[in-house]
Design a protein around this ligand. Structure first.
Ligand code: KIV
Ligand code: ZN
Length: 524
């Protein structure tokens, strides 16, 4: 137990950059703006909004997030060259508080990519950090793969970056290789060794390949880091990044041994977690810490008995602290529009009058088929009725499928396409395959299926199935989602939803325009 005053730890969220770069997690422009606004509202200190040089779409997103920002510092990523840095500045300069984040891989393996020797790389770092600092007085520099960089060389380049004007030095564990003791030690030794280190902020950026990202980030804080880089739901390449909700709740719950505080309004965690899961198409695993469906569920008899007597018996955090409603009021077919609006507000979902109208119709249909409609059911309906703000060109009117043990499944479909009704019948290997083929018989497409995923929203055989479908066409990726008590109908709707999103993107950007042109790993 300690009475030390709490030190402030800055939360740097990179859901829209490192998270969004994870294959398949691509978000639309509107979705990026929405997530940035939620991050700003929840008290994130720095939002890494994207990698402006990567594509026209990334640039537009970072620029617009910068223009709309309220409290947060808006940061963009740039490789160690003037073109990247200038492009980054063009996008972030519109923010009230802009930051340029420039980086280069410093470990032996990463130095080999641009084929620079140690001296040449040191010179490049000096030049590029100086260039960034001449544009912006808030510059972050990262030696990528720091945890596998030789100690002497790491000290040398960190010192160069500080002298050139970096105000934050980020120490990335790019491949999730370090362990907690080593993570704390590395930051502690850098602060003790590098001249000027006490003038700037050290950040930690951990990947989760060995499942240690949260532990490594917290250890780095104990070693002296005062900025944690993280993503919502731990979204990110491979095993992901440090999860924002985990580090924030760990610091809050264990303030007795971790005397640090953040500026995060933790009651906003659940809502943003659900939105990121939805727009990225990466669902949260049921037993995920803090935001998993089961994180606050107490099913065993002993647990339930203990919980009823005293919630603290098995609960170290209160559900309401992370934004879960304390009571899960069940809605049914007698619930009216006002009750639905109140429930949505409770769940942190804001909808306009028109969306509420559509939602209410879907809610009534569902309540007719399902005795009890839970929060998860309602959230699934919200996801299924959310569009990109454009009218759907493809709409499902009717679907009937016959299948059995003895032969192929047969789907008869009726769709409205650009206002005209069409129908088709197709056979397939099971009901979902037959339905997708029937959709394709009416709407020709080269899109290929990257992911098809089904989840039961609640328990019971009348549970709604939520289906995610991810499609790729000419480098453009779109994720469609839907929910229905009939899994095949939900699948067809999710497929059509993804096709509609591809159509919207193609209309907005032209073929290939949103495809990522440059990866941040092609260090130029
Ligand atoms: O993991 C990493 O090294 C990165 C850098 C670009 C900071 O994401
Ligand atoms: Zn990273």
């Amino acid at each position: 137990m300690t009475d030390r005053p709490k030190d402030r730890v800055l939360i740097f969220d990179t859901t829209l950059r490192d998270g969004e770069q994870s294959p398949g997690a691509t978000m639309t422009h509107a979705e990026k703006l929405e997530i940035a606004e939620l991050l700003d509202d929840m008290g994130v200190d720095i939002i890494e909004a994207g990698f402006p040089v990567a594509s026209e779409g990334d640039f537009r997103a970072v620029k617009e997030i910068a223009e709309r920002s309220k409290q947060a510092v808006i940061c963009g990523l740039a490789r160690a060259n003037p073109t990247d840095i200038d492009r980054c500045w063009e996008a972030v300069k519109h923010a009230e508080r802009p930051r340029i984040h420039t980086f280069i891989g410093t470990s032996p393996l990463h130095r080999a990519i641009p084929n620079l020797d140690k001296d040449q790389m040191a010179e490049r770092i000096e030049q590029t950090v100086t260039h960034a600092r001449n544009l912006c007085d808030n510059v972050q520099w990262s030696p990528m793969d720091a945890t596998r960089t030789e100690w002497d060389y790491l000290c040398r380049v960190v010192e160069i970056a500080i002298k050139a004007g970096a105000t934050t030095i980020n120490i990335p564990d790019t491949v999730g290789y370090t362990a907690p003791n080593e993570s704390a030690d590395l930051i502690r030794r850098l602060i003790a060794t590098v001249p000027g280190a006490d003038e700037i902020v050290f950040a930690t950026h951990c990947h989760n390949d060995l499942g240690m990202a949260t532990a490594n980030s917290l250890a780095a804080v104990e070693g002296g880091a005062r900025q944690i880089e993280c993503t919502i739901n731990g979204l990110g390449e491979r095993a992901g990044n440090t999860a924002l909700e985990e580090v924030v709740m760990a610091l809050r719950t264990r303030g007795d041994i971790l005397p640090y505080e953040t500026g995060i309004d933790t009651r906003k965690i659940m809502h943003i977690s659900r939105r990121v899961a939805t727009v990225s198409g990466f669902p949260v695993q049921f037993n995920k810490a803090i935001v998993g469906k089961n994180a606050f569920a107490h099913e065993s008899g002993i647990h339930q008995d203990g919980m009823l007597k005293n919630a603290e018996t098995f609960e170290i955090m209160r559900p309401e602290d992370v934004g879960l409603a304390a009571t899960n009021l069940v809605m049914g077919k007698h619930s009216g529009r006002a009750a639905l609006r109140a429930k949505l507000k409770d769940l942190g979902v804001e909808v306009g009058d028109n969306q509420l109208k559509d939602l209410f119709v879907r809610f009534k249909e569902l309540a007719d088929r399902k005795k009890e409609v839970y929060d998860e059911d309602i959230l699934a309906l919200v996801t299924a009725t959310t569009t990109d703000g454009m009218a759907d060109r493809l709409q499902l009117l009717n679907l009937s499928v016959t299948c059995g043990t003895g032969g192929p499944a047969r789907a008869e479909i009726e769709m409205e396409i650009d206002g005209a009704e069409h129908s088709a019948t197709c056979e397939g290997d099971g009901p979902v395959d037959a339905s997708f083929k029937a959709v394709r018989a009416l709407h020709e497409t080269n899109a290929h299926l990257q992911l098809y995923q089904v989840h039961a929203v609640t328990e019971g055989t009348d549970a709604q199935a939520t289906v995610s479908v991810r499609l790729e066409e000419d480098g453009m990726i779109a994720t469609g989602q839907s929910a229905d008590t009939d899994t095949v109908v939900a699948s067809a709707r999710a497929y059509i939803n993804a096709l509609n999103r591809l159509l919207v993107r193609r209309e907005k950007t032209g073929p290939g325009a949103d495809a990522r042109e440059i990866s941040y790993k092609d260090v130029g």
